[in-house]
Design a protein around this ligand. Structure first.
Ligand code: FES
Ligand code: FE2
Length: 522
């Protein structure tokens, strides 16, 4: 690991502070938003071996997964006492059990007779844990209940055959486990993470979506694609609002977690203005910076037209078919002519006139697009949160705020429901399980139905097969257009190290700093 001495990192702190001062509900902003915690320079170089070598995977099993706090489940996974959820990490497997109304335990998922996994799938309302091989049975509290033909086990003492437990910690309705009996308490490990969620704590959110997918890349490759906004410029240009030269994301690192706040334009930046697109049934998109138009021609073909009128026809995979234009953005080709979500139309941006009209009605003349966007969301939230909607600050509604609690859990800020978890796919370090959960606000009327099952997608599925994700499924398809190729590139590269940016990749630098401390280098 190399850490190069360099000047202090340039941050977005001042511009962000000005944005907070201009917030419609500035007096309601929680103090955590005004905390700055820049990361000192380095590490900027990361060994490629951390992602591709089996040796690191083995080190992770020994030094990380067996010792670190990890988010294993959520209370909504357990509607009833006796509900059981397996949590697998590399070669280890644990059973999380709701043993009483407000008590959870976690056991090694292995029978004490001849070692069969006690359960390979979730269980609902179980009165006991019975091994499917020969029937040894434990009470939910882990004490041994029944041994068939017990007379045959000379000297077996029932009270010495309770299921071995691992530590359980709870934070914001999430259930964490730690296999290390000597670990520090979860409260100490997460530190003051809760101060960032004071406006809408996780205790007031429920799990409304849970999708898991196998991806052919190391878990760190995949999670790092969700820890910066830098890739939006190339991979998701259709969501750019922050001007051509700056992605306007504030990054900070605190203890075992890091934070990104993507704000759209923080400083006065002007986006180019293009002719509005017709609102018809054709899947069509304009690159907001270059003005290039991407139009679906059907049958997996896309017509791309540059701002100067040059055109080319491409496959949805951006392979050239015909025309003078020979190269196009693969992510936008995929967006307009790849797999679509049946019931979701591509959003057409509101015109400047419409925005002005809303501004005059809701917030008075001169309101910013950010304030107007936040106001629209407040109106929408009034249905579920009638008493709090009007008080929500713009920043809680308009910014994408994403945290990483080392090593692999990524809760998003309060009114954005996204949560991610990434882990190796069993003992295969070349594949991972990516999970996306939505943690939505619990409606004030108490009327809601959480999900307690996972919707699984295999490695060859398209994210749109999980339409409950909404437009995020389309965004994920763009990310997946990169990730297996990032992994293949890492195996092909001539270099020994990757190079991380000082600021835009601060969260990755923070992760690799902690990873170095926990896992070390081979
Ligand atoms: S292995 Fe579980 S009862 Fe025999
Ligand atoms: Fe992305």
């Amino acid at each position: 690991m190399s850490s190069t001495a360099r000047a202090a990192v340039t941050t977005m702190d001042d511009a962000f502070e000005k944005m907070l001062d201009a917030d419609t509900n500035a007096d309601k902003i929680i103090p955590a938003f005004r905390r700055n915690a820049p990361l000192e320079p380095g590490p900027a170089l990361v060994p490629v071996a951390r992602y591709i070598s089996r040796e690191y995977h083995e080190r992770e099993k020994e030094r990380l997964w067996s010792r670190v706090w990890q988010m294993a489940a959520h209370e909504d996974d357990f509607p009833n006492v006796g509900d059981v959820v397996p949590y697998d990490i590399a070669t280890k497997s644990f059973l999380i059990v709701r043993v009483a109304e407000d008590e959870y335990k976690a056991y090694y998922n292995a029978c004490l007779h001849r070692g069969r996994k006690l359960r390979e799938a979730r269980g609902k309302g179980l009165p006991e844990l019975r091994c499917p091989f020969h029937g040894w049975t434990w009470n939910l509290d882990g004490s041994l209940k029944v041994v068939p033909c017990a007379h045959d086990y000379n000297g077996l003492k029932k009270d010495e055959e309770s299921l071995p437990e691992v530590k359980v910690g709870r934070w914001g309705r999430f259930i964490f486990i730690n296999p290390d009996p000597d670990c520090e308490p979860l409260e100490k490990y997460v530190g003051d993470l809760d101060t960032h969620f004071e406006f809408l704590p996780f205790e007031r959110r429920y799990k409304s979506v849970h999708v898991a997918k196998i991806i052919r890349a190391n878990w760190k490759v995949v999670q790092e694609a969700f820890m910066e906004s830098y890739h939006v410029l190339m991979t998701h240009p259709q969501i750019l609002t922050g001007g051509p030269n700056d992605l306007c994301t504030k990054y900070d690192a605190f203890g075992n977690y890091s934070r990104a706040i993507r704000c759209g334009a923080l400083e006065a930046q002007t986006m180019p203005e293009w002719e509005p697109l017709p609102n018809d049934n054709i899947s069509r998109l304009r690159h907001p910076l270059t003005g290039w138009l991407y139009e679906d021609l059907g049958n997996g073909r896309v017509q791309v037209t540059t701002a100067k009128g040059e055109t080319g026809t491409f496959t949805s995979n951006a392979e050239w078919i015909a025309g003078d234009l020979k190269d196009a953005n693969p992510h936008l080709c995929l967006w307009v002519s790849g797999q679509q979500l049946d019931e979701v139309r591509l959003p057409q941006p509101a015109t400047a006139d419409e925005l002005q009209k809303m501004a005059a009605e809701k917030l008075g003349e001169g309101a910013s697009p950010r304030a107007i966007g936040a106001e629209l969301q407040r109106q929408a939230l009034k249905e579920t949160l009638p008493t709090m909607a009007d008080d929500i600050p713009d920043v809680e509604l308009s910014a994408s705020i994403f945290f990483t609690l080392f090593p692999n859990w990524h809760p998003w800020g309060s009114f954005n429901p996204i949560n991610y978890r990434f882990r190796p796919n069993g003992d295969n370090h070349e594949e991972c399980i990516m999970e996306c959960m939505y943690l939505s606000p619990i409606p004030e009327d108490g009327n809601y139905t959480p999900v307690s099952e996972i919707h699984w997608l295999d490695a060859d599925s398209d994210w749109t097969e999980a339409p409950e994700l909404g437009m995020l499924a389309m965004i994920f398809n763009q990310d997946l257009r990169n990730l297996p190729f990032v992994y293949e590139g890492l195996k092909a590269t001539a270099r020994e190290n990757l190079r991380l940016a000082d600021y835009n990749e601060l969260k990755l630098r923070h992760f690799h700093k902690l990873y170095g401390e926990w896992v070390g280098d081979a």
